[in-house]
Write a protein that binds this ligand. Structure first.
Ligand code: GTP
Ligand code: MG
Length: 584
C-alpha cells in the first residue's frame, strides 16, 4: 500500500503540474462596486461547493459576466514589483492616480501586483508619469502598455522599512495535501466537492486571465483599432482547473460594423480594404502579423509560435508574467458559443462541475489526456461525455441542447457561418432537475455507462441527448454540438479508447468494492476518489507482464482477476448490463 501511496503522489503531481506558477495574494480594499458583489458571489459559490446544496441566487448571463469582467480588466494594471516593498506605501503611491477598487499580489518569477482602479482615467494618469527605461547595452522598444515595472528610487533607505508581502497561497494543493484531504473526507461526495474546491479557478486567477487578454488586446489594437480579445474555453466555461491554458479569441467583427443611425442620405460609405481569396487566408494573414507583433513588441510574451496551417490557425505563446500558456485564434466564433453553452450546463446543477473536475483529474492521472496534441481524448470531449451521461439519467440532470433551443426567444437567435447556434442564454429560465442522485452514485454510474458503451456503433450527441448511429468509422464519435457534421474526437485512436474503457471498468469495479473495503480515516489508506487517482491495475497488467513480477498485493491480484474475467472476450453479461464492445 505504501508503494501505491507514493505512486499516487506522482500521479497527482501530474494533475497539478502546470499549476505551480501562480500564487496570488488577494486583498480587498474599501472602494464599493461590483467587485465586492463578485467576491460575495464567489464566497457563496464556494460554500455551495462545500455543502453540495444548490445556490438559488439569480445567475448572470455569460455575456453579462464577460462584459463586466472585460470592463474591470480595462481599468486594471499589472506591475512587476521589487521583492520587498511596503504594501501601504505602494498603495499610497498609486492612489495619487485615483481610487483603487481591488488589488492582489502573486509570485511568478518575481513579485507582481494586479491593481484595479475605480476609473479608467487613473490608468492614463499612471501611464503619463511612466518613462521608457534607458538601457546601457540594449535598446528598448518604446511601447506604452498597462504592464509596468516598479523601481525604488532609493532602495537602501527603504530596505530598513521593508515588510514582507503577506502572501496567501492560491495554487492548487500539493499532491500530498490533496491525498490527505481526500482520505480524510467524509464521503465520496465530499471527496468530489473537495477536489472541485481545490482545483477550480480562483477569483484572482480569473481576473488575471481577463487582464492578460486585455493587455494582448492593446497590442492587437495597434493594427486593428476597436478589436476585442476575449477569453474562451475552460478559462470562462467554469470547467477550468488552476493552471489550464488561456484560450483567446481575437474578435474583429465589431470593427466598422454598420451603424444604421449614421447612414442617412443618398450615399453609403465603405472602407477601402485589401481582399484575399478566402476567410482562411485572411485569418492566417491576421494571425501572422499579430504573432510578429507579440514576438517583437509584446512585453512578457515569449516562445511565440505561429501555427497557421492547423484546422483552426492559432498563435501560441507564453505570457511569462501571468504564467499562462496562451492560444490566440480568430474567426473562431463557434468556440465562443460552445464556451457559453458549457457555462450554462455548469451552472444548472452543482453536481455537473464536481463530476467534470473529477473525471478530468482522473483522466489526467492515468495519462488519458495530455497537454501535447495527439491521439488522446481532450478535456473538451470528456466534458461532452459527462454532459451526455447526465442527460441520460432518469430523470435527466441536464437538458438536451435541442430543448435549450426550444426555450430560446428572438434575442437568443444566433446563426454562425450557416450553423444554428441558438439556445436560451438566460439560465434562470431553465427549470432545475428533480434528480437527486448522489455524486458517488453518479461517478460509479459514469464509469459503468462508458465502460459498457457501444462505441463501435454509437455516437455521443448532446444536441439530442441520445445515442445515435455513428456516421463514420472513427473509434470515438462525439458530435460537435453546432457543426453537427463534425466529430470533436476524431483524433482518438482505438488503443486510447480501449485504455479509457479499461480504466472506466476498473474504476467502476473499485467503487463497487468501496462499501466493503473502506479503511478508517486514521489508517491513511487511499479510498474512493483517492483510490481512483492511483496508478491503474490495467496499466500495471502490461507492466507486470514486462517485468514478469507478481502483483504487489492480494487486492491488486483480485482486481486483475476481476478485470480479466470482465475483459471483452470473457464478457458474460452477469449483471444484466449491456455487452461491451469497443471494436471500431
Ligand atoms: P482545457 O484547456 O484542457 O482546460 O480545456 P478547454 O475546454 O479550454 O479545451 P481547449 O483549450 O483544447 O479548447 C478550447 C475550446 O475550443 C474548447 O472549450 C472548445 O470550445 C473549443 N474546442 C476544442 N476542441 C475542439 C474541437 O475538437 N472541436 C470544436 N468544434 N471545438 C473545440
Ligand atoms: Mg483551454
Amino acid at each position: 500500500m505504501a508503494a501505491r501511496g507514493v505512486g499516487m503522489l506522482a500521479r497527482l503531481a501530474l494533475c497539478a503540474q502546470r499549476s505551480q506558477v501562480l500564487r496570488p495574494t488577494h486583498r480587498l480594499l474599501s472602494c464599493p462596486g461590483t467587485v465586492a458583489a463578485d467576491a460575495k458571489r464567489e464566497e457563496q459559490s464556494s460554500r455551495s461547493v462545500e455543502t453540495g446544496s444548490e445556490d438559488r441566487t439569480p445567475k448572470k448571463k455569460f455575456s453579462e459576466v464577460q462584459k463586466e469582467r472585460r470592463e474591470q480588466a480595462q481599468r486594471t494594471v499589472l506591475i512587476h514589483c521589487p521583492n520587498k516593498i511596503s504594501e501601504k506605501k505602494f498603495l499610497k503611491y498609486l492612489s495619487q492616480h485615483g481610487p483603487i477598487s481591488h488589488h492582489f499580489f502573486y509570485e511568478s518569477f518575481g513579485l507582481y501586483a494586479v491593481v484595479e482602479f475605480c476609473q479608467k482615467e487613473s490608468v492614463t494618469s499612471l501611464q503619463n508619469i511612466t518613462r521608457t527605461p534607458s538601457m546601457e547595452t540594449e535598446a528598448a522598444i518604446p511601447f506604452k502598455s498597462r504592464f509596468f515595472n516598479l523601481k525604488m528610487k532609493n532602495p537602501s533607505s527603504q530596505t530598513s522599512e521593508k515588510s514582507s508581502m503577506p502572501c496567501s497561497n492560491h495554487s492548487p494543493p500539493s499532491s500530498k495535501k490533496l491525498f490527505e484531504l481526500l482520505c480524510y473526507a467524509e464521503s465520496i461526495d465530499d471527496q468530489l466537492n473537495t477536489l472541485l474546491k481545490e482545483f477550480q479557478l480562483t477569483e484572482e486567477d480569473i481576473k488575471l486571465r481577463y487582464l492578460t487578454c486585455s493587455l494582448i488586446e492593446d497590442l492587437a489594437a495597434a493594427y486593428f483599432q476597436d478589436c476585442t480579445v476575449r477569453p474562451f474555453g475552460s478559462s470562462v466555461n467554469s470547467f477550468g482547473k488552476l493552471g489550464c491554458d488561456l484560450d483567446m479569441f481575437l474578435d474583429l467583427d465589431e470593427i466598422g460594423k454598420f451603424n444604421t443611425s449614421k447612414t442617412s442620405g443618398n450615399f453609403l460609405m465603405e472602407f477601402q480594404v485589401k481582399n484575399v481569396p478566402s476567410e482562411r487566408i485572411a485569418t492566417q494573414k491576421i494571425l501572422s502579423v499579430i504573432g510578429e507583433c507579440l514576438d517583437h513588441f509584446g512585453p512578457s510574451c515569449v516562445g511565440v509560435q505561429k501555427i497557421l496551417n492547423a484546422r483552426c490557425p492559432l498563435v501560441r505563446f507564453s505570457h511569462q508574467a501571468s504564467g499562462f500558456q496562451c492560444d490566440l485564434t480568430t474567426n473562431n466564433r463557434i468556440a465562443l458559443k460552445s464556451s457559453e453553452l458549457l457555462y450554462i450546463y455548469g451552472a444548472l446543477d452543482s453536481r455537473v462541475r464536481a463530476l467534470v473536475f473529477s473525471i478530468r483529474c482522473w483522466a489526467r492521472a492515468h495519462s488519458l489526456t495530455s497537454s501535447i496534441p495527439g491521439s488522446w481524448i481532450t478535456n473538451f470531449s470528456l466534458t461532452m461525455m459527462v454532459i451526455f451521461f447526465l442527460q441520460r439519467r432518469s430523470p435527466p440532470i441536464l437538458p438536451t441542447l435541442d430543448y435549450l433551443k426550444t426555450l430560446a426567444d428572438a434575442e437568443d437567435k444566433c446563426i454562425i457561418e450557416g450553423h444554428n447556434c441558438t439556445f436560451i442564454r438566460d439560465l434562470n429560465r431553465i427549470k432545475p432537475s428533480g434528480n437527486t442522485e448522489t455524486l458517488e452514485s453518479l461517478l460509479k454510474e459514469f464509469f459503468e455507462y462508458f465502460g459498457n458503451f457501444a462505441f463501435n456503433k454509437n455516437s455521443i450527441n448532446i444536441r439530442q441527448g441520445r445515442e445515435q448511429n455513428k456516421p463514420e468509422c472513427s473509434p470515438l464519435h462525439i458530435q460537435n454540438p453546432f457543426e453537427t457534421s463534425l466529430n470533436i474526437s476524431k483524433n482518438v485512436n482505438q488503443s486510447q479508447l480501449q485504455k479509457f474503457v479499461d480504466l472506466a471498468r476498473e474504476s467502476a469495479w473499485i467503487l463497487s468494492q468501496e462499501d466493503k473495503d473502506r479503511p478508517s480515516p486514521s489508517s491513511n489508506q487511499p479510498w474512493g476518489l483517492a483510490m481512483l487517482l492511483q496508478p491503474s491495475v490495467v496499466s500495471s497488467v502490461s507492466l507486470a507482464k514486462k517485468k514478469r513480477k507478481k502483483p504487489a498485493s492480494e487486492r491488486i491480484k483480485n482486481l486483475l482477476e476481476s478485470i480479466k474475467s470482465h475483459s471483452p472476450e470473457n464478457d458474460t453479461n452477469t449483471n444484466g448490463k449491456r455487452t461491451v464492445s469497443t471494436q471500431g
